[in-house]
Design a protein around this ligand. Structure first.
Ligand code: LLP
Length: 415
C-alpha cells in the first residue's frame, strides 16, 4: 500500500507520534506548503482576463488559513456575518470579500452593506428585501445555470432540485425588482455544486451564466463558482483535478463572450475544497479492536463529531496506519470498519476497508481533512473540539487553534 504522508513528506521533520503526544488526539495537522500550492494552482485557471479566486471560507475558516489566502492574493466569499467577522479579524480588505448569503435578514445584510462589501442576492424575495432597505445600491444576483454537479445529492447547488439561486426564467422579474428600488446589478454569480472531477458540467454552466450575463449590461464581476474536486482516493491512484484542461476549455468561451459583451468584467471562481482539502490530515489513536457478528471494528477517537463527512455523505477518506511515527504499510491486511467514540451506530469513518493489521496504540491518519473537516466539527456527547496545528514552510509546527476545553463547553450555561 502506498503512503501519501511519506510520499508528500507531509509532516516534514516533525514526528506525528510526538505531535499526537504533545497536543493530544484527535488532532488536525495542516501543511502550509500544500495549502499555498493548491491556492496557486487555482489562481492560474484564467490567465488572459482579469481574474480573482474567491476562497470559499466555509470549507475552512481558521484564521491562519485566511491569512495565507490573504498573502496569496486571494479574495474570499463569506456566507454569514460570522464569516465576515472572521475575515475582519485578519484584516481582510472589504473590497476582497464577496458576501453570498442565503435566506438572511436585512439586519445581517446591513452588516455587509455598512462595510461596502458586495452582496449577492439569491432569490427574488431577498433582492426585494435588499432593495427596500438599501435602495440605490450596487449588488449581485446568484443565478441557477440549470446545470448541477457534485459528489452527493446534498451538495449539488444548481439544476432542478435546489433551494439556491434565481432561475433563468426569473431574470426579467429580478430586473424589474432592481429597477423598482433603483438597484444596480453589477455582479452575477453561480455555484453548480461541490466536488466534480470532470470539467464538462462546469464549462456548460459557465456558458449558461455568460448567456444570462447578456441581460445585464453593466457587469463588473462574473463569478463562476467553485466545486473543483480533490482526489479522495489518491492511495488507489486517483489523479488530480484537470485544472489546465479547464483553463484551456474556458479560454475560447471567454474570448467569445468578451468580444460580444464589449469588455471583460472581473471573472471569479469560488473554490473552497480545492484550496484546503489536501492540506490537512487528522491524527487519531486506536484504542480497541473487536469483532461483532463477523464484522471487524477498529475503535478510534476520530468520531463523527471530528469528521462529519463520512456519516453525512458516505464520503470516502483514505486512512493510513502510523506506528512509531512512521507509515505502517507492511504485513498482513484485514478488512475492517473504522469507527469513532460517539454514541451512534452511524459513527463510522470507513466501512469494510482493507487496511494493514493494526494494534492498539497505533495512530490512524485520515487524509484530505482540510475541507469541511474542522469547519463542520461539533461537540456532540460533550466532546470538546480538537486542536489544529500547522507544519510551517520552515519545518516548525504552530498551534493555530487550541483544543476546546470543558470550560469552553460549560461557558454558555446560565445555571
Ligand atoms: N460557493 C458557494 C456559493 C458554495 O455554496 C460553496 C459550497 C462553495 C462556493 C465552495 O464549494 P467547494 O469548492 O468547496 O466545493 N460540506 C460538503 C460541501 C458543501 C459545499 C457547500 N457549498 C462536503 O463536505 O462535501
Amino acid at each position: 500500500m502506498r503512503s501519501f504522508v511519506e510520499e508528500s513528506r507531509f509532516f516534514g521533520k516533525q514526528n506525528p507520534e510526538e505531535l499526537a503526544r504533545t497536543y493530544g488526539t484527535p488532532l488536525y495537522v495542516y501543511n502550509e506548503e500544500i495549502l499555498r500550492d493548491r491556492m496557486r494552482t487555482v489562481a492560474g485557471l484564467i490567465t488572459k482576463y482579469p481574474y480573482t479566486v474567491n476562497y470559499s471560507m466555509k470549507a475552512n475558516s481558521n484564521t491562519a488559513i485566511l491569512k495565507i489566502a490573504l498573502e496569496e492574493g486571494l479574495s474570499c466569499d463569506a456566507m454569514s456575518e460570522g464569516e465576515i467577522r472572521m475575515l475582519e479579524r485578519v484584516h481582510f480588505p472589504y473590497e476582497r470579500i464577496f458576501y453570498v448569503p442565503n435566506n438572511v435578514s436585512d439586519t445581517e445584510m446591513e452588516y455587509a452593506v455598512e462595510r461596502n462589501i458586495m452582496v449577492s442576492l439569491d432569490s427574488l424575495d431577498q433582492l426585494d428585501l435588499f432593495g427596500k432597505r438599501f435602495p440605490g445600491r450596487e449588488c449581485s444576483v446568484r443565478i441557477n445555470p440549470g446545470v448541477g454537479a457534485g459528489h452527493h445529492e446534498k451538495v449539488i447547488t444548481a439544476g432542478k432540485h435546489t433551494k439556491f439561486a434565481i432561475s433563468m426564467e426569473d431574470i426579467g422579474e429580478a430586473k424589474e425588482i432592481a429597477k423598482r428600488h433603483d438597484l444596480k446589478i453589477v455582479g452575477i454569480n453561480q455555484h453548480v455544486g461541490s466536488l466534480f472531477m470532470e470539467i464538462d458540467p462546469y464549462v456548460a454552466a459557465v456558458e449558461n451564466l455568460l448567456a444570462a450575463s447578456k441581460h445585464f449590461p453593466d457587469l463588473k464581476l462574473i463569478d463562476f463558482g467553485g466545486g473543483f474536486g480533490t482526489p479522495y482516493h489518491k492511495l488507489d491512484g486517483e489523479g488530480n483535478f484537470p485544472m489546465q484542461d479547464l483553463h484551456d476549455a474556458l479560454e475560447p468561451v471567454l474570448d467569445d463572450f468578451v468580444k460580444e459583451y464589449g469588455y471583460a468584467p472581473l471573472f471569479k471562481s469560488e473554490p473552497g475544497r480545492f484550496c484546503v482539502a489536501e492540506g490537512a490530515v487528522i491524527l487519531g489513536r486506536v484504542y480497541a479492536k473487536k469483532s461483532n457478528a463477523g464484522v471487524n471494528y477498529l475503535g478510534t477517537d476520530v468520531g463523527m463529531n471530528v469528521l462529519a463527512r463520512p456519516s453525512l455523505y458516505d464520503a470516502w477518506h483514505d486512512i493510513e496506519i502510523l506506528r512509531n511515527g512512521k507509515a505502517y504499510t507492511d504485513g498482513e491486511y484485514e478488512k475492517i470498519t473504522v469507527v469513532g467514540n460517539i454514541c451512534e451506530s452511524g459513527d463510522k469513518l470507513a466501512t469494510d476497508r482493507m487496511m494493514p493489521v493494526s494494534q492498539n496504540g497505533d495512530l490512524i491518519c485520515v487524509l484530505d481533512a482540510g475541507a469541511y473537516g474542522y469547519s463542520m466539527c461539533y461537540t456532540y456527547n460533550a466532546r470538546p473540539r480538537p486542536a489544529e496545528v500547522m507544519i510551517m514552510a520552515d519545518g516548525s509546527c504552530r498551534v493555530i487553534r487550541r483544543k476546546e476545553t470543558f470550560e469552553d463547553l460549560m461557558a454558555l450555561f446560565t445555571d
